[in-house]
Design a protein around this ligand. Structure first.
Ligand code: ADE
Ligand code: ZN
Length: 327
């Protein structure tokens, strides 16, 4: 119990959470009642049933069901506010939240509605919940170069307050990182930081490509680096942080259990590891739960937990001045 209190009291930073994947039961219930035509249960018990994650395909079904109910600024604001309330509850002070504009535009949401919802929600998060949010706009990789181009054009044309980084998500298998090089180059030249997913479901070659082709300054997941000692040495030497999401890795069956997670080995190799949740309610994860799991299952002591929390501050794209306030 003192461990739980210690973890709660740590001022925490979340660097890898998808906005659509952050929707909890209350948020989805609100959206389902607003959009009954989507066919998502409007009854709480029934929704809890639907929301109980069964396997990766079911996760995708829930993810896309939530996605399909997002129609306007009001819906986006509901999502952002729900996430901020949950972060505040766990004493998470700052989060970089991944938004996939291309998917919303494809679903017919006007860009202005998306931006208004994000900006309103972000202001509300600061005022009502004391949580600072920043945005990562990412490419849904499975939709190819057209999605890459639209995402970077949208990001640089609109540049909403709080936009700090440019990402790449979706499946890795069959979706080479290198094809997105021109879009990352444009985004980086305009000052956005490069944060692609790599090495979640594929091997070290994807991480090398993220580094060499996309100029990755931080890696989403990156867990498969443990298969390549030279890559681990490179990431450690260049201080390229990894956004590790242990529960997500278990739920998507990339690792068999938390006990089997290579996080300890990553730390032993001097990697800048951070703890994150990915799609928290859909994976039954919380950031506090991730800290607790690595402590109780992998034996990380309080000093190491504090180091992980500090790593996240240092790996974040907060301004140096704001970092000092957190530490
Ligand atoms: N988008 C939402 N969750 C994701 C994951 N686990 N990997 C890649 N893209 C995602
Ligand atoms: Zn992710």
């Amino acid at each position: 119990e003192s461990l739980r209190a210690f973890i709660h009291a740590l001022p925490k930073v979340e660097l890898h959470v998808h906005l659509v994947g952050s929707a909890g039961i209350d948020t989805v219930l609100a959206l389902a009642r607003r959009h009954p035509e989507a066919g998502v249960p409007t009854d709480r018990a029934e929704l809890e049933q639907f929301f109980t994650f069964r396997d990766f395909d079911h996760f995708l079904k829930v993810y896309w069901a939530v996605q399909s109910m997002l129609k306007d600024r009001h819906d986006i604001r509901t999502l952002v506010t729900g996430l901020a309330a949950e972060l505040a509850r766990q004493n998470v002070r700052y989060a970089e939240v991944t938004v996939t504009p291309y998917n919303h535009l494809l679903d017919g949401m006007p860009g202005d509605e998306l931006l208004a919802g994000l900006t309103d929600g972000r202001a509300n998060a600061a005022v009502e919940h004391g949580v600072e949010l920043a945005w990562c706009f990412d490419i849904p990789g499975e939709k190819g170069a057209v999605a890459g181009r639209e995402t970077v054009v949208f990001a640089l044309r609109e540049r909403p307050e709080g936009l700090v980084s440019f990402g790449l998500g979706g499946p890795e298998v069959g979706v080479g990182r290198a094809q997105f090089e021109p879009f990352f180059t444009t985004a980086r030249e305009a000052g956005l930081r490069s944060v692609p997913h790599a090495g979640e479901t594929t091997g070290p070659a994807t991480i090398w490509s993220a580094v060499h082709d996309l100029g990755a300054e931080r890696i989403g997941h990156g867990t498969s680096c443990t298969a390549d000692p030279a890559l681990m040495a490179y990431l450690a030497e260049h201080r390229i942080p990894l956004e590790v999401c242990p529960t997500s890795n278990v739920r998507t069956r990339q690792v068999s259990s938390i006990a089997a997670h290579p996080i300890r080995r990553m730390l032993d190799h001097g990697l800048l590891v951070t703890l994150n949740t990915d799609d928290p309610p859909m994976f039954g994860a919380t950031l506090e739960g991730e800290y607790l799991a690595v402590a109780t299952t992998l034996g990380l002591d309080p000093a190491e937990l504090a180091q992980l929390a500090e790593n996240a501050v240092n790996a974040s794209f907060l301004y140096t001045a704001s970092k000092t306030a957190l530490l």
